[in-house]
Unconditional design. Structure first.
Length: 156
């Protein structure tokens, strides 16, 4: 029988991260040259926790903060996205268990300002939280985006 880790356990499991590696081979076609910082999940969570009511952050802003912290050329787009998703689900788990002061994951948007359907509650859940905080969420095709999201971005 496989016992699954909770989201909170996944968030706390650093797996030997963070680390900075040289961009080589196939990676260089997509990311160029230099180094990539691969964060620990808790580093991404810590950045997400800093986003106050009325403010927003995108995965790209998180990546920039990770790169700056580790003096790397870029922050890893894959792990930053995955760890934001883990942080969001850990916060959702905490909310279900009655915790009030959770990571405000709904303030973390995809790089283009769209909502993340993989966060707890899906698009409607994230939309509800953002609108409750005064953000205007509009539908563009099948996606939802925060209107003028760039005006609300925090610089970490």
């Amino acid at each position: 029988m496989v016992i699954r880790k909770s989201w909170s356990e996944k968030l706390k499991d650093s797996k030997g991260l963070p680390k900075v590696v040289k961009i080589t081979g196939k990676m260089s076609k997509r990311w160029g040259t230099g180094t990539v910082a691969i964060p620990a999940p808790m580093e991404v969570n810590k950045i997400m926790k800093k986003v106050s009511t009325g403010k927003l952050i995108t995965i790209n802003e998180i990546r920039k903060a990770i790169a700056k912290k580790h003096k790397a050329t870029i922050g890893c787009p894959i792990t930053c996205g995955i760890f934001a998703w883990i942080a969001a689900n850990a916060a959702g788990e905490e909310r279900k268990n009655g915790k009030k002061n959770i990571t405000p994951y709904w303030r973390t948007l995809k790089s283009d300002g769209t909502l993340n359907e993989k966060y707890p509650g899906g698009l409607q859940g994230q939309k509800k939280f953002l609108e409750k905080e005064g953000q205007k969420v509009i539908k563009k095709g099948k996606k939802y985006i925060v209107a003028d999201y760039q005006k609300y971005l925090v610089k970490i």
